[in-house]
Write a protein that binds this ligand. Structure first.
Ligand code: IPD
Ligand code: CA
Ligand code: CA
Ligand code: CA
Length: 262
């Protein structure tokens, strides 16, 4: 049996420590490299933060598995057992260019079920978290269940790249026309946190990796939000894919009225 309150305590302590080291790094020269393309940035801090978490987890919870963006975790092939899915810095471009609007994201799952979710806004020292079955929180504040909203009154987060395809039937074009407004923040974790707190009504992304959505999915689902791919299917915790996270009702409308082939 996993003692979830000790896992929660450790995760929060490590998030605070990692946050302090990230803030301290603002005074140092960053080593910036690129990954898949020239705009896909990674820094020494992304790597150091992931290494910090992996070494703490391995020391404290040796039976737990780790899936991390920067590759210091394990080669996770199945969702059996306890898995920590970690994004050491979500919004690296914001971290490099703005020194804000980036989060640490952690989702902890047991046999594929979300148990503990954390989204940490390091610069504002604000932690969004959820303990499955016990509620979701923004700091000390318990977050209320999410309520329904109409498409015409919805403010949604998305990346402008979604509108650049030549496909005239791109459902995103109609969504952007029909909603009240759109926002683009450049951090999936931030956008999940904003859906959880009602600052956004939905967030849509064509491709996210497990570490981009793991922490946020646990938090948003705890308060009645719905998280699926563009087909309305559950997300695969080990694969990248499309993501729609939205308030109840709004999610159903977006899937049924925009994404489903008529
Ligand atoms: C990225 C951010 C961004 C999303 C990208 C992600 P990273 O994560 O979440 O908002 O649009 O798909 O890769 O690389 O900064 O951790
Ligand atoms: Ca990255
Ligand atoms: Ca990310
Ligand atoms: Ca990252």
């Amino acid at each position: 049996m996993v003692n979830w309150s000790s896992v929660d305590k450790a995760a929060k302590e490590w998030l605070k420590e990692a946050g302090k080291s990230i803030v301290a790094s603002f005074e140092t020269a960053l080593q910036i490299d690129t990954k898949a393309d020239a705009n896909d940035l990674v820094t020494n801090i992304d790597k150091e933060v992931e290494q910090y978490f992996t070494s703490q987890i391995r020391k404290t919870f040796p039976s737990h598995n780790i899936l991390g963006e920067e590759g210091f975790g394990d080669e996770v092939q199945s969702t059996d057992g306890v898995i920590w899915i970690i994004d050491p810095i979500d919004g690296t471009m914001n971290f490099v260019h703005q020194q804000r609007n980036f989060f640490i994201s952690i989702g902890i799952f047991e046999n594929g079920k979300g148990k503990l979710g954390y989204l940490y806004d390091v610069v504002h020292n604000e932690l969004y978290y959820a303990i499955s079955g016990e509620g979701a929180y923004w700091g000390d504040l318990k977050l209320p269940m999410l309520e329904k909203v109409e498409v015409s009154e919805a403010v949604i987060g998305l990346n402008a790249m979604l509108l650049t395809s030549n496909d005239v039937k791109n459902p995103l074009i109609s969504i952007v026309k029909d909603v009240r407004g759109t926002r683009s923040y450049g951090s999936a974790a931030l956008e999940f946190a904003y859906v959880a707190t009602g600052r956004l009504d939905a967030y849509i992304s064509k491709t996210l990796s497990p570490w981009d959505f793991a922490g946020g999915k646990i938090i948003v689902e705890e308060i009645g939000g719905v998280v699926t791919d563009f087909k309305g299917e559950p997300l695969n915790l080990l694969k990248k894919g499309s993501v729609i996270v939205a308030k109840p009702g709004l999610h159903e409308k977006l899937i049924n009225e925009y994404f489903q082939e008529k």
